[in-house]
Structures are given as structure tokens and as C-alpha cells.
Design a binder for this molecule. Structure first.
Ligand code: ADP
Ligand code: MG
Ligand code: MG
Length: 199
């Protein structure tokens, strides 16, 4: 079973890897966007870390709802409301339980990803974060390591795609040949699950 502490470790692992990879995320966004994705994610997860330290939510759902709220209010890019919705919707689906199973987390994340697709209108193949998140949720039944591998493969598979949503879509065919920054950060977020499970 996964308790609030697991979810705090998940957010801490995500914050750490976003910090480590911020330059890479910004470089990817400079190729097909406006060169701020690393900065946006770092600002958001710094706020998540501070809020979790201050408020110490004590259920899995409350951890994710608080984290999602920070991302929505602190990130001034498309990714903030989208990631905020992902975490908030996932947190709401987990309810008020003190501990949740991996199966419950998989179902809740599915809800969260559906919320992102509804808000942003992206479907798989549009070269967005959805291309990492959907395969990750599909693989989650096989464990966190499988979800992590699926997310990383999904992010790499955005390279040959033409963007149909977000800023990169303005480039048309010129978006082809570059890995999507949001799919890359989604793979970091999902990798945080296996890091939380191991620590
Ligand atoms: P902005 O584009 O506003 O500068 P970011 O650079 O932080 O925001 O985030 C860009 C990422 O957001 C993209 O790489 C893509 O993965 C994701 N994204 C953008 N629009 C959408 C959308 N409509 N649906 C899903 N993901 C999206
Ligand atoms: Mg950007
Ligand atoms: Mg921007």
C-alpha cells in the first residue's frame, strides 16, 4: 500500500529530476517552443516542495491536490494548468484514504490523464505530454519500472511526429525531428514513481 509519505517522496523525486534536467527541458523547448519549459517546471516544483513542507498534507489525495494547485497557480505556461489538472484530478480520484493500492493509483492517474486530454484537447500522436502519459498509465499495471520505460519510449517516439497542439504546432512540419519537451518532463514525473518506491 502507498501512503502519504510515498506521494511526498514522489513529488520530491520529481522536483529533484526537474531541477537536474531543467536545462535540457529548456533546450528542447527552444527548438520547437519558447525556451521556458525547464524554467516553468522548476518554478512549479519549487512551489510544490515549499507547500508540502509548510502544510504537511496527510493523505495521498491531499498531497496531489496541494501539488496540483501549486502548479496551476505558479506556472505561467500551458504546462502549468495541464500538470496541475493531472495531479489534482488524480488526487481527487484517490479520495480521502490514508493508503491506496497500486491499482487504485493506476485508475486515479487514468482519470488525471483523461482530465488533461479534456482540458488541452490533445490525443495520442499530437506530440504532447499525452504521448508519454498514456503509455505510462497503460503500463502501470505491470509496475512502476514498466511505466517509467513506457513513458521514456513515448517521449522518444514524439521525435518524428508533427505537433498538432500547443506552441510547437505553429511550426507545422518544422516541429518534426525534435523531442517534445512536455513529453520529456512527463517521463521525469513518471520516473519519480519508481524512485519513490525504491527510497
Ligand atoms: P508554453 O508552451 O506555454 O511555453 P511550456 O513550455 O511549459 O508551456 O510547456 C510546453 C509543453 O506543454 C509542450 O511540450 C506539450 O507537451 C505541452 N502541451 C502544450 N499544449 C498542450 C495541450 N493542448 N495538451 C497537452 N499538452 C500540451
Ligand atoms: Mg514553452
Ligand atoms: Mg511559455
Amino acid at each position: 500500500m502507498l501512503d502519504a509519505d510515498f506521494f511526498r517522496r514522489w513529488m520530491a523525486a520529481a522536483a529533484a529530476s526537474v531541477g537536474r534536467e531543467a536545462q535540457r527541458l529548456t533546450d528542447l523547448d527552444s527548438a520547437i517552443g519558447d525556451a521556458d519549459h525547464g524554467i516553468n517546471m522548476q518554478r512549479g516544483f519549487t512551489a510544490v516542495t515549499a507547500a508540502l513542507a509548510e502544510e504537511a498534507p496527510n493523505t495521498p489525495g491531499a498531497v496531489l491536490i496541494l501539488a496540483g494547485r501549486q502548479l496551476i497557480s505558479k506556472v505561467g505556461g500551458a504546462s502549468g494548468p495541464l500538470y496541475g489538472t493531472l495531479l489534482r484530478r488524480t488526487g481527487k480520484a484517490l479520495g480521502e484514504a490514508a493508503e491506496v493500492s497500486e491499482g487504485q493509483l493506476a485508475a486515479a492517474l487514468r482519470d488525471g490523464v483523461d482530465g488533461v486530454m479534456k482540458l488541452g484537447g490533445a490525443v495520442p500522436g499530437d506530440k504532447t505530454m499525452i504521448d508519454a502519459l498514456v503509455p505510462a498509465v497503460d503500463a502501470l499495471g505491470e509496475g512502476f519500472a514498466a511505466a517509467r520505460a513506457a513513458a521514456e519510449q513515448g517521449a522518444e517516439a514524439t521525435i518524428p511526429l508533427q505537433a498538432r497542439k500547443g506552441r510547437a504546432s505553429y511550426l507545422g512540419e518544422r516541429s518534426i525531428g525534435h523531442q517534445d519537451p512536455g513529453a520529456t518532463s512527463s517521463a521525469l514525473l513518471i520516473a519519480g514513481l519508481s524512485a519513490a518506491a525504491e527510497s
